[in-house]
Design a protein around this ligand. Structure first.
Ligand SMILES: [Zn+2]
Length: 486
């Protein structure tokens, strides 16, 4: 046999061995045994929860642009909560934070246990009547079981179902061992600086830490995009960072009838175009690795093979994820999205300054500094690059190997039969980002199983929730208390 043939056969042999090794690895991924559970869905007095939800929507708790504004609506909303949940509120200790945020502390019987914090923001984004099928603050209930209204999803439903859940248990005479804090901020929609931030300062001052913190967020997605037949409940263990970056080009201005060779608008457009083409590199952050680890056992053999051999197939896998969908793209990289352009104020003027805003969401592990340096490198030295002072780095990543996370997983499995649960990096922002300072276990999960068309109504027209979604969310919270607080 000649040497060429021997080398060829050796390469082929090594390749076959590698494939066998890779198949073997994918066979090692097994589904975890389903946990034993004594859970059976509990009866929920639907009319009661629905009536409370409708009333909650009717308070126009629109985020105040600044904290100096006198507005009784938030205080009236607190009174509504206090008369609606008498068993909680008669015993709860109430603390008002920075005028309109509120904490209700329900003391558990065992003070040695770390407390838990359930978050929900009271504020909602504005909702002009136009384009709504029913007035946005009416809480209208349709015959086919939809409750319409601003805040019905984001996020008075979570607040109502969390309170409802504890009230139900107290009515049954159950006494929580673990102390439960309900923390209701009032300006989440504008960044939580007057609400959540101040609440966390209060906890830090009192040296109060939490077993876990649960806020809105996460996602329930159709597993099909990952080759899975079930729904996947994604629980946010961290939040991507956020930055608004201003790009600015300066050139001589003048009359548009005698343009210079290069204009500020031309330079800026080129910079924006280059930036779109040269995004930051994708990589698997810790929460994404954990997500893939937890969903891999449920994937079809092809996907399982790819995930099991992530280290070998990494470049290919990243490529596929960045191209598969905007969702899979944004969980593996920092996204850079141009959102605003500013030039001259009149159509026949060459502006001396052209500006663009690019909205960036930073992948876990990235920093604002690294982002700026990437952008500057791409757009070149003729463009100035500056981050807005509200920009923030990604949050720390919460633990998934702990009792709190396991209990939340168990609760998700019980309340949502047949679901798969996995951690993931939450791609939007929430009040919970502040709470990493007071807990190692900060999670984001909204227990609402919604149609995609309904999810798109958040912050838009005709936001609505179904009665079924509300009842399931209430069951989720009842079970969460049973699993973690009783
Ligand atoms: Zn929200």
């Amino acid at each position: 046999m000649d040497t060429g043939k021997i080398i060829g056969l050796s390469i082929l042999g090594a390749f076959i061995l590698l494939i066998i090794f890779m198949i073997f690895r994918s066979l090692l991924i097994r589904r975890p045994k389903p946990e034993q559970t004594d859970y059976s869905p509990r009866f929920i007095e639907q009319e009661k929860v629905v009536a409370h939800m409708i009333e909650a929507i009717q308070f126009e708790t629109i985020t105040l642009p600044n904290n100096e504004i006198e507005n009784n609506i938030f205080l009236e909303y607190h009174s509504f909560l206090e008369r609606t949940y008498p068993l909680i509120m008669q015993k709860a200790e109430k603390t008002i934070i920075n005028r309109y945020s509120v904490i209700y502390k329900y003391l558990g019987s065992d003070e040695n246990l770390l407390p838990v914090a359930l978050l929900a923001h009271q504020d909602v984004v504005p909702a002009p009547d136009e384009g709504w099928e029913f007035p946005p603050f009416s809480g209208h209930l349709t015959e086919d079981g939809y409750i319409y209204g601003r805040g019905s999803q984001d996020m008075k439903s979570q607040m109502i179902s969390a309170l409802e859940g504890l009230e139900i248990l107290l009515a049954e005479g159950k006494i929580p061992k673990r102390t439960i804090y309900f923390c209701f901020g009032h300006d989440e929609e504008l960044g939580g600086r007057y609400g959540a931030k101040k609440i966390v300062e209060f906890f830090k001052e009192k040296k109060i830490r939490f077993e876990y913190v649960l806020d809105e967020g996460g996602a329930i997605i159709d597993g099909k995009i990952m080759g899975i037949d079930n729904k996947i409940a994604l629980v946010g263990t961290c939040e991507k960072g956020y930055a608004d970056i201003t790009l600015e080009a300066i050139k001589e201005g003048g009359h548009a009838s005698t343009p210079t060779r290069r204009t500020a608008v031309g330079l800026l457009s080129e910079a924006v175009f280059k930036l779109e083409k040269n995004q930051m590199r994708p990589y698997f952050s810790q929460p994404v690795k954990e997500m893939l680890r937890d969903i891999a056992p449920f994937m079809n053999p092809f996907f399982k093979f790819a995930i099991a051999n992530r280290d070998i197939l990494s470049p290919l896998l990243k490529k596929v994820l960045t191209l598969a969908s905007p969702f899979t793209n944004c969980i593996v990289r920092t996204t850079i999205a141009p959102t605003q352009l500013f030039g001259a104020t009149t159509p026949n003027t060459l502006p001396s300054k052209a500006k663009a805003n690019v909205n960036c969401r930073l992948n876990t592990g990235e920093t604002i500094e690294k982002l700026i340096s990437h952008i500057q490198k791409v757009v070149g030295k003729n463009i100035s690059v500056k981050a807005d002072d509200k920009s923030k780095n990604p949050s720390p990543v919460s633990n998934t190997d702990c009792d709190a996370f396991r209990a939340i997983r168990k609760t998700v499995y019980e309340a949502f039969d047949g679901f798969i649960m996995a951690p993931y990096p939450f791609i939007a922002t929430s009040d919970s980002a502040y709470y990493h300072q007071v807990s190692d276990n900060v999670y984001r999960f909204t227990p609402l199983l919604k149609e995609e068309s309904d999810a798109n109504r958040i912050h838009g027209k005709n936001e609505r929730i179904t009665v079924d979604m509300l009842v399931t969310a209430t069951r989720f919270f009842v079970r969460l208390y049973e699993n973690t607080c009783l």
